[in-house]
Every structure is written in C-alpha cells, then in structure tokens.
Design a protein around this ligand. Structure first.
Ligand code: ADP
Ligand code: MG
Length: 339
C-alpha cells in the first residue's frame, strides 16, 4: 500500500543529508569526475546533484526509480564481486516517495538530453528535451512535503543549521576518498565548499582539514599481493608536533573507509590508533586523538556491506589478518621493523 511504501522510504531517506549521500554515490558509480551539489532553503526546497558521468540510457529511465531496480548487480553472486556504492535499487525509489523528482540525462550518442518528471511511484509522467552537455542531473524538490511532522522537525530551531553541517560532512567525506573528483557545494547560490581534482588522498585531505594539521601527516600505502588487501594510511609523522595534529574527540578522529565507503569499525580503528598511541605515548593530550585516515581496499568477497541501508557498519572476513597487516606496516613506519 502507499502507506507502507511511505514508511519504508522514510527509513531510507531520513534527512537532507541522506538524499545528498545517495545522489552523490550514484554519480560516482556512473564514473563522474565532476559533481555539483546545489541546495536551496537548506535542501528542503531544492537539492540538485549534477554530474558528468555516463548518463542513463533511455531504456533504463522507466525502471530506474522503481523499487529494487538497479543496473549494478545482475544476480546474487554479483554481491560478492561488487565494487559500486549502490546495489539495492532503493534510493531513487525512496526519494520519489517523499519528494518531487526529475531526472535530466544524456548518454554518449544521444542526439539531445531529456528531462523526465517522476511521480511518487517512481513512474515517468512527463518527458521533454532539455539542455545538458553531459551526464545526469537529479533534481529533488519539496522534500518531505507528505511527511509534515518530519519536515517540521527538521526545520525547527537550530536543526536546520545542524542538518547543513551534516550535508557538508557527507559531501566532504565522500569527496575526500574520491580524490580525483572535482566537487562544489552551494546553498542558496553561494558556494559553501569546493574541491579541485587531486591525485592523492593526502592532497584531498588538505581541502577538508586545516593545512597545518595535514602538513604533519604522512601517507603510507601498502598492498599485500597474496591476499589482495591494500591500504592507504594518513598518520602523524614520526617527528610531528602531536598537539597540533589533534582533532577533537578520539571517537571522531579516524576517518575510516572500506572499499571507499565511510564506515565505523572499532577493531580496524583500534589497529591504527594503537600503534600511534604507543609511539607518541604521553605526548597525546587525554581524550584527544590525532587526525588519521585509513582507506582499506579489500577483495569484495571479504566484506559484507549488505547490513542496513544508511548505516556505516561493515562485516569483514578475517579481520585479524587485516589488523595484523595494518599494525605491521605501522611498526615498520614508526620503528623501522615489524614486531
Ligand atoms: P542503486 O544505486 O542501488 O543501483 P538507485 O535507486 O540509487 O539504486 O539508482 C537506481 C539506478 O538509477 C542505478 O542503478 C543507475 O542505473 C541509475 N542512476 C541513478 N543515478 C544515476 C546517475 N547519476 N548516473 C547514471 N545512472 C544513474
Ligand atoms: Mg544508489
């Protein structure tokens, strides 16, 4: 029924930032190297994400906002090989259920771009030609107009500003790990953040954190040929001034990614933190943690991201093996040997 659909969609799309996250992930999955995120009225009036990705083929448009439609997975065994952000086919369907959506897109070889207007069931109700050189633009207006309580909750008092902070966080976190992409975020036509295309996570980090902090970090990369596990770490340099690299609370300071997804995973975070804390010992102010990043790339059959939509949990196979690889490489960096 339409009530059931609204309830389940409202669980996938909980806020302005969850719309932004889903649309950005789709753009990255489409191979985009340039993204523009435009918000009006804190995103409640308008959220638009424009990309220069491969576009959406005309034959897909009528399905793309249907529940469980995804172009990214063809059978169940694909789940084990998956490297895209998306695979559930829930996001566009859910956004359509709680907002007005229109999709403009053009693929290589199309004579001109088209704009498709969707209804709340994710069906195309209008098609017209439009101007767009490349890629896809998804326009979301009147978010939560049929969920007045949620809309009022989000717009009350200082929650509007809090939600904008969350949007900024989502944009920066995804921008950080997709370092080759150029990204711009605007609100009511003002640019609030932007980032150029860069060639390393370290350079990407400079655009997210204060340069004075990033200058004190070192990037180390490692790849284990045997298991195909790889990682890139940004950790405090051996001779850095740890006090100035500290960034707030310890639980917030490790930026952890598994296969480019921002995640929380205590054991992995701890594996990175432990060596750093051991090496710098008492020079680390209590309750603070130096800024650090760990981007871990695992063969898709070693991770299960199929837990909950919208959550940052992952399940990792052979986690002891990975924490050992991390801790060995950190020992080599700090002490010149593994232990
Ligand atoms: P999922 O990402 O899990 O496949 P979504 O609901 O997010 O599901 O998107 C549905 C489908 O719409 C995608 O599988 C993809 O084919 C298409 N799509 C959505 N956004 C874009 C985009 N920006 N560029 C190209 N294709 C897109
Ligand atoms: Mg998606």
């Amino acid at each position: 029924s339409s009530t059931v659909k609204l309830i389940s969609s409202a669980q996938v799309i909980t806020s302005v930032s969850s719309v932004v996250k889903e649309l950005m992930e789709n753009s990255f999955d489409a191979g985009a190297s340039s993204l523009e995120i435009h918000l009006d009225g804190h995103g409640l009036d308008r959220i638009e994400v424009r990309d220069n990705g491969r576009g959406i083929p005309a034959r897909q448009v009528q399905f793309m906002c249907q529940r469980s439609y995804t172009s990214k997975i063809s059978d169940f065994s694909d789940l084990e090989k998956l490297s895209s952000y998306g695979f559930r086919g829930e996001a566009l369907f859910s956004i359509c259920a709680v907002a007005d959506v229109s999709v403009s897109t053009i693929c290589n070889g199309d004579p001109f771009a088209k704009t498709y207007k969707m209804n709340h069931n994710g069906e195309v109700i209008e098609t017209k030609p439009t101007n767009l050189d490349r890629g896809t633009s998804i326009l979301v207006t009147n978010l939560f107009k049929n969920l007045p309580v949620r809309k009022q909750f989000i717009t009350s008092g200082k929650r509007k500003a809090d939600e904008m902070k969350k949007v900024e966080n989502v944009v920066k976190t995804l921008a950080l790990i997709n370092c080759e992409a150029q990204i711009r975020l605007t609100h009511n036509k003002f640019t609030i953040w932007q980032k150029a295309s860069v060639c390393s996570i370290l350079r990407s980090f400079i655009q997210v954190l204060p340069p004075s902090i990033v200058k004190q970090l070192e990037e180390i990369s490692y790849r284990d040929e045997l298991s195909n596990v790889g990682f890139t770490l940004l950790i405090p340099k051996q001779d850095c001034n740890i006090v100035t690299t500290c960034l707030g609370h310890s639980s917030e300071a490790v930026y952890l990614f598994v296969n480019r997804r921002p995640v929380r995973e205590k054991e992995l975070e701890k594996a990175v933190q432990d060596k750093v804390f051991e090496y710098f010992g008492s020079t680390i102010p209590s309750k603070k943690c130096p800024a650090m990043l760990a981007s871990i790339i695992l063969p898709p059959d070693m991770v299960d991201i199929n837990l909950e939509p919208n959550k940052t949990k992952v399940m990792v196979k052979d986690i002891e093996k990975i924490t050992k690889l991390l801790s060995d490489q950190l020992s080599i960096y700090y002490y010149g040997k593994d232990d």
